[in-house]
Design a protein around this ligand. Structure first.
Ligand code: BGC
Length: 442
C-alpha cells in the first residue's frame, strides 16, 4: 500500500490553447496554418464554453484540484489593450472551481504568445520581459483565492519552441522543412534548447515572481519538463552537460520559488556521445516515447536535488495511448514510484494528471492523453475508466493493489500495438542536417 501525505492535491491538468478552441490571436494558431502537415486546433474541445462541465466531471470523480491556464493572447489582444471580458471569463473559471471545492492551479503562460508579441521578436525581443510583466500584473487582479500559480509552463520546452519559431521565420531554413508528421519509427531526440533563450525566460520568471506573491498571496513557481535522463556506464560526464542545458538551468531558476512543477512522461538513456533515441518497441507511446512509468520517480528526485529541496507539485504526468487500461497501469506504476520518493523524504504536495481531456497535442489530434474522451464534432465528453480510477485513488489518498490496478496491469497489449501503428505523430522538421521536433512534449 502506497500512501500520500494529508492534504495531497489530486487532479488533472490542461492548457488553454489545447482545449479552448479558436485561439486565433495566438502565434501558434498562425503556425498551424503555415507548417505543412500540422493539424489545426480549430474548435479544440470547446472548453472555452464548456469549462464548467469539464470541472464538474473532474470533481464528480473525486478529484480535488484542476490545473488550467490563462491565455495571454485573449487577455491582451493588442499591446496594452486589456480585455475586461476575457479577464471576467477566467475569473468565472476560478469561481467555478472554488464552488465545486476544487483547488485551482493556474498557469499564466503555456507555450502560446499573442501574435503581436511574436512580431516584436518574441521572447528574445527587447521588450519581452516588460511585456510579460505587464500582462502578469493585469492578471493578478483576478487571482484572488488561487493558492497555486505557475508563471510559465516548461520554459525548457518553450526555449526550444522559440528556437524553432526563429528557424521557421527564416525563408532559407523554412524551405528545408519536411512534413511535420512522422508515421513510422520512434521520436527523434530533441535538440538542446539555446541557453541564451533559457536565461531570458529565467529573467522573465524572476521579474513576475514577487509581483504575483505580493498581489495574491499564492504559492508561485514554474513547471519544468523533466526528461529523467539516466547515464549508461561511461555517460556520466555527458549526462551532467546535457542535464544542465536541458533542465538544471531552469531548476536553478526555480531556487527561491515556493514550489516547482515536475512534468514527467518518459526517461532517456545518455551514453558518452549523447541521448539515445528510444528503441522501437510496441510498448512505446503514441508520441514515440518509451513506456517508462518509473520516470516520475527519477524526475522528482532529480528536481528535489537540483533545486536544493523546493516543495514539488507534479503538474503533469501521463501517457499518450489509445488503451485506457494501459493508462491506468502506467499511472499506478508512476504513483508507486512517486510514493517511494515521498517515503525517502521528497516533499511532494500533489499529483495532477496530464490530461483531463483528449486534446490538441500541438499539431496533432492522434495522441490521446485524456481521462475523458471528447467527440470532435459534438464536443460530448465521455469519461474513461481511468478518471474514476484516479478519483478512487484520490478518495483513499492511497494506492492499493485493488482490482482496478490489478486488472489494468494485465493490460491489453494488442490495443497498444494498434495505437502505435495508428499514430506516431510528432511534429518534426529538418533544419540543416538536424532533424528536429517542433513540439511533441517531453
Ligand atoms: C506540455 C503539454 C503537452 C504534454 C504532452 C507537455 O510538454 O506541457 O502541453 O501536451 O507535455 O506532450
Amino acid at each position: 500500500m502506497t500512501t500520500f501525505p494529508d492534504g495531497f492535491l489530486w487532479g488533472a491538468a490542461t492548457a488553454p490553447h489545447q482545449i479552448e478552441g479558436n485561439n486565433v490571436n495566438s502565434d501558434f494558431w498562425l503556425a498551424e496554418g503555415r507548417v505543412p502537415g500540422m493539424e489545426r486546433s480549430g474548435d479544440a474541445c470547446d472548453s472555452y464554453h464548456r469549462y464548467a462541465e469539464d470541472m464538474r466531471l473532474l470533481a464528480g470523480a473525486g478529484l480535488n484540484a484542476y490545473r488550467f491556464g490563462i491565455e495571454w493572447a485573449r487577455v491582451e489582444p493588442e499591446p496594452g489593450m486589456v480585455s475586461r471580458a476575457e479577464l471576467a471569463h477566467y475569473r468565472r473559471m476560478i469561481d467555478t472551481a472554488l464552488e465545486l471545492g476544487v483547488t485551482p492551479v493556474v498557469t499564466l503562460h503555456h507555450f502560446t504568445n499573442p501574435r503581436w508579441f511574436a512580431d516584436e521578436g518574441g521572447w528574445m525581443g527587447e521588450r519581452a520581459v516588460d511585456r510579460f510583466r505587464a500582462y502578469v500584473e493585469v492578471v493578478t487582479g483576478i487571482l484572488d483565492g488561487v493558492p497555486w500559480v505557475c508563471t510559465m509552463n516548461e520554459p525548457n520546452m518553450l526555449a526550444l519552441m522559440t528556437m524553432m519559431a526563429r528557424f521557421a521565420a527564416d525563408p532559407e531554413l523554412a524551405a528545408q522543412w519536411q512534413s511535420p508528421t512522422v508515421d513510422e519509427g520512434v521520436r527523434p531526440v530533441l535538440p538542446d534548447p539555446d541557453p541564451r533563450i533559457g536565461r531570458r525566460l529565467v529573467e522573465a520568471h524572476h521579474a513576475v515572481r514577487d509581483l504575483v506573491r505580493e498581489r495574491t498571496g499564492a504559492a508561485v513557481g514554474w513547471t519544468v519538463a523533466s526528461q529523467a535522463l539516466v547515464a549508461r556506464p561511461g555517460g556520466e560526464e555527458k549526462l551532467k552537460e546535457l542535464q544542465y542545458v536541458r533542465e538544471d538551468l531552469y531548476l536553478e531558476g526555480a531556487k527561491g520559488d515556493d514550489f516547482v512543477g515536475v512534468q514527467s512522461y518518459s526517461s532517456q538513456w545518455v551514453n558518452e556521445t549523447g541521448i539515445e533515441p528510444a528503441a522501437p518497441s510496441p510498448d512505446n507511446t503514441l508520441v514515440g516515447t518509451a513506456y517508462r512509468p518509473d520516470a516520475l520517480g527519477i524526475a522528482v528526485r532529480h528536481t528535489w536535488e537540483a533545486t536544493g529541496g523546493i516543495p514539488v507539485l507534479v503538474t503533469e504526468n501521463g501517457i499518450a495511448t489509445g488503451d485506457d487500461g494501459r493508462r491506468v497501469a502506467y499511472t499506478g506504476e508512476a504513483l508507486r514510484h512517486l510514493g517511494a520518493a515521498i517515503a525517502d523524504g521528497v516533499d511532494v504536495r500533489g499529483y495532477l494528471h496530464w490530461s483531463l481531456l483528449d486534446n490538441y497535442e500541438w499539431g496533432h489530434w492522434g495522441p490521446t492523453f485524456g481521462l475523458i474522451a471528447v467527440d470532435r464534432e459534438t464536443f460530448a465528453r465521455t469519461p474513461k475508466p481511468s478518471l474514476a480510477w484516479l478519483g478512487e485513488v484520490a478518495g483513499r489518498n492511497a494506492l492499493g493493489s485493488g482490482p482496478a490496478s490489478v486488472q489494468a496491469a494485465g493490460g491489453d497489449h494488442q490495443g497498444v500495438a494498434d495505437g502505435v501503428a495508428q499514430s506516431h505523430r510528432v511534429a518534426v522538421g529538418r533544419v540543416g542536417a538536424e532533424r528536429v521536433v517542433l513540439h511533441g512534449g517531453p
